[in-house]
Design a binder for this molecule. Sequence first.
Ligand code: ATP
Length: 221
Amino acid sequence: MTLPALGVLGGTFDPIHFGHLRLAQELADTLGLARVCFIPTGTPPHRNSPQVSGAHRLQMVRIAIAGNPVFEADDREIRREGISYTYDTLTELRDELGERPLCLLMGADAFAALTTWHRWQELFVLAHVVIAYRPGFRLQELQAALPAPLRKIYLRRLAGAPGMLRVSAGSIVTREITALDISATHIRAMLAQGSSSRYLAPDTVLEYIDHNHLYKDRDAR
Ligand code: ATP
């Protein structure tokens, strides 16, 4: 019998906020995931360096998910030398999990940029890809805006059948989730100005930020 699927949510989590947590919770519930593993990136390939260290971002993830038995934090990308590639992470996880179904969770914005990811076409061999989108978002528009090679794969792999999570990898699944228009960029900007970010991220995370004087200015590490 196949074990229930595991979810992976990668991100800079600079800092983690309710948009990330809600995405993970709703996808875990609707897909019946046994666990969602939050994996903070070490050195991201296609964006500026995170504003605070991997150790702080990992600790904020740990604090944010504390008490949720379905969530766990994984420090492998923080520990790994060099640029963090999702491909490497999924390859490691696949070795550890055998044939167990694995779902790479992401927002529609992240999926639209997938062709910029290292060895992106091979990600589908390693995991299913689950695209979360907000109510009112038009998947037809996403489809039309995708670069041709990704659009082709999207149409070919889009799962119609509910049983797709019983196999280890290879499908694309789309799921509507509650819209929470929160971004870490906005939170960082508010913190740098000294404004309150309360109710955008867990109080415990905001207390950690305050206690460690994070995001006070752009160069803080
Ligand atoms: P930044 O503002 O620094 O770019 P971010 O808030 O977008 O950060 P990331 O760590 O880059 O967060 O995102 C990790 C994943 O979480 C991505 O797949 C992204 O699509 C998703 N995500 C981020 N914010 C939200 C949100 N408010 N609602 C749903 N998904 C989100």
